[in-house]
Unconditional design. Sequence first.
Length: 154
Amino acid sequence: MTRASGPAGRAVLRGLACALALALVATAPALAQQTRPRQSAPAPVAPAPAPLESTPPYERQLLRLAEIMGALAWLSDICGSGESAQWQKRMSALMDAEGATDARRERLAGAYNRGFRGYEAVHRSCTPSAELIMGRFLEEGARIARDVASQYAE
């Protein structure tokens, strides 16, 4: 596999990552954990405790993907690619598809915000380092999206 470089290469990587992230979001409803309502006893004395949240086996990968999306939102903003709003929309779509509970939505949003704020604190302008990081994040995000979709999609 050859390594893409320069603006044209970054555009190809960005397009690939976007396509794979969208593929993940498109398959996310199939990935979402389905819970069945518990049948209650005929006359409970006290309300039953809330069921413990079941996290899917790909939770760690989705949290990493959310963190990458947050970092890309900041970096694309300072590097002038104009894709910051697109990363925010993709994150919103991911949360809609995978945020079955408030706690899950909070974890996904927290990961996105960590990525955004972490790079906001370090990178104030677009540098060659920031562009290199963007390329690596696009590759990693595409790999995560591809792996999760291939392993867990029905």
